[in-house]
Design a protein around this ligand. Structure first.
Ligand SMILES: NC(=O)c1ccc[n+]([C@@H]2O[C@H](COP(=O)([O-])OP(=O)(O)OC[C@H]3O[C@@H](n4cnc5c(N)ncnc54)[C@H](OP(=O)(O)O)[C@@H]3O)[C@@H](O)[C@H]2O)c1
Length: 215
């Protein structure tokens, strides 16, 4: 796949690197320094390069939106027309000092994003795990017990693309249903962050287990 990274920080930098190592063509974009984008592309090896958000979006099979909520408008404006594009978002609608959600309960960041462009195919994924765990999950991808990763969206083919990208990182994709379920997954991340950063260690993933008769 060709993947455009919109926001090459902790999440975008690591996920883009992993996807390049998994064989995808990756364009890193949107950081404050072009040198950083170039270095990310160099270090990722494989088919990775740096570019502008517009270049990242061009011909992309999927875009990862990984910026602070306050930068979403800016990066999307720079990316240009995204109608029909699959936008995988890990961006949480956090306030300026990252202490709370600015959209919750009756909507979600992912839904707000989908409303912005009626033709965008938004999938919410990766926002429920800390960036610190991503390389560890990728390294453990050949083990039998993979950690879960919930995702949701309204576009079936966009979700199929996202599920593949989730598998490529080393998670077991768990389809949580339509995009409005992001109302539950986004606050769930605050629990994960509490467990990750309040003492237990940030290399944290989660796994759902089903018991009893499933058919
Ligand atoms: N970090 C996590 O563990 C985690 C987990 C789950 C969800 N999330 C969510 O994922 C999203 C991304 O988080 P993150 O931790 O990856 O953020 P981050 O490390 O701050 O990355 C954001 C990227 O945006 C770039 N950027 C910011 N302002 C810019 C500007 N004015 N011009 C150009 N580029 C600019 C940053 O540039 P620089 O590289 O130059 O700083 C960076 O590359 C957030 O919405 C967050 O809530 C994060």
């Amino acid at each position: 796949m060709r993947i455009g990274i919109l926001g090459s920080g902790l999440m975008g930098g690591k996920l883009g690197t992993i996807w390049a190592r998994a064989g995808h063509e990756v364009v890193f974009s949107y950081a404050r320094s072009e040198q950083k984008l170039k270095k990310l592309a160099r270090d990722a090896k494989g088919k990775a390069r740096s570019g502008t958000p517009r270049e990242a979006a061009q011909d992309a099979d999927a875009l990862l939106l990984a910026v602070h909520w306050s930068r979403v408008e800016d990066v999307l404006k720079q990316a240009g027309d995204l109608s029909g594009k699959v936008i995988v978002t890990c961006s949480l609608p956090m306030n300026a000092d990252d202490t709370g959600l600015v959209i919750a309960h009756t909507s979600s960041g992912a839904e707000a994003l989908a409303k912005r462009g009626p033709k965008a195919r938004v999938v919410s994924a990766f926002g429920t795990v800390p960036s610190e765990v991503l390389f560890g999950v990728f390294e453990a991808r050949r083990k039998a017990r993979r950690p879960s990763l919930v995702y949701c969206g309204d576009d079936a083919s966009g979700k199929k693309t996202a599920a593949q990208l989730i598998r490529d990182v080393g998670f077991d994709p768990v389809d949580a249903g339509p995009l409005r379920i992001a109302r539950y997954t986004e606050p769930f991340t605050l629990l994960i962050a509490q467990l990750a950063y309040a003492g237990g260690g940030p290399e944290l993933a989660y796994r759902f287990e089903r018991f009893g008769k499933t058919h």
